[in-house]
Design a protein around this ligand. Structure first.
Ligand code: ZN
Length: 240
């Protein structure tokens, strides 16, 4: 099966549409979402609709739960908090139920999906360094795990010791285990403003990282029109 793996969509319908078009051309069989469908962007409901109509297998992100009061927002910066409050007002009962029912972690076809870290998914810890990733490998019982949250695509590899490798196509092999951050669809932060996602072919073991151009100025215009903090629009063009 070829899985299209997306995450950190953040209400950016332009980015999500471009990514889903690419995944369709690539002929993926199933869509998987690593959480943060909403928050920051101006189309939370539109993104939920697209994700639901594809019967996407989802786990929750901190912004998804925050938008329905299911996780605290004390540690959110002021822009994120503003966006959470705004997002909350846009959601109807159906969207709230959809977000509330998302689990924190799932095991699928031989791989795990979680938004933040596998060892404590409800604590929303970031995996930036190999020390943190090493703790996650201790609790993982699949060879591959896909994560989001930092919006920075990276691969942690464990084979006794833990190291990082730059994002890029890789083939799952031997006794190595992998934690793959797919980057963000709707708010990339690695300096590359293109939407980021992965395709995972479970038959061949190939993980491909995909970057997709989208209409950034349209997404920015909607953020400004909605009265959301302008910095949330500006950062899209800079990929930060
Ligand atoms: Zn996020």
């Amino acid at each position: 099966m070829r899985y299209g793996i997306i995450g950190d969509v953040h209400g950016n319908l332009e980015a999500l549409t471009a990514v889903l078009d690419m995944l369709k051309q690539e002929g993926v069989g199933r869509h998987v979402c690593l959480g943060d469908v909403v928050g920051y962007g101006a189309d939370p409901v539109g993104c939920i609709i697209r994700i639901r109509e594809l019967d996407t297998i989802c786990v929750a992100g901190n912004h998804d739960y925050a938008a329905i009061g299911q996780t605290p927002v004390d540690y959110f910066n002021s822009y994120a908090r503003h966006a959470v409050m705004w997002t909350k007002e846009q959601l109807g009962q159906e969207e709230r139920d959809f977000l509330a029912e998302m689990p924190l972690m799932r095991k699928l076809d031989g791989f795990t999906i979680v938004h933040a870290s596998p060892e404590a998914p409800a604590e929303w810890n970031y995996l930036y360094h190999t020390l943190e990733a090493a703790r996650s490998f201790q609790v993982l019982n699949t060879q591959v795990c896909f994560i989001g949250h930092s919006h920075i695509p990276v691969v942690f590899v464990s084979n006794g010791s833990c190291r990082t490798r730059p994002p890029g196509d890789l083939t799952v092999s031997g006794s190595e285990r992998y934690l793959v951050n797919t980057g963000s669809v709707g708010q990339p932060r690695d300096g590359d403003p293109r939407a980021s996602c992965c395709i995972f072919d479970t038959a061949s073991g190939l993980v491909q990282v995909k970057r997709v151009d989208y209409d950034i100025s349209a997404a920015q215009g909607k953020i400004i029109s909605a009265g959301l903090p302008p910095v949330l629009a500006l950062r899209l063009a800079r990929g930060e």
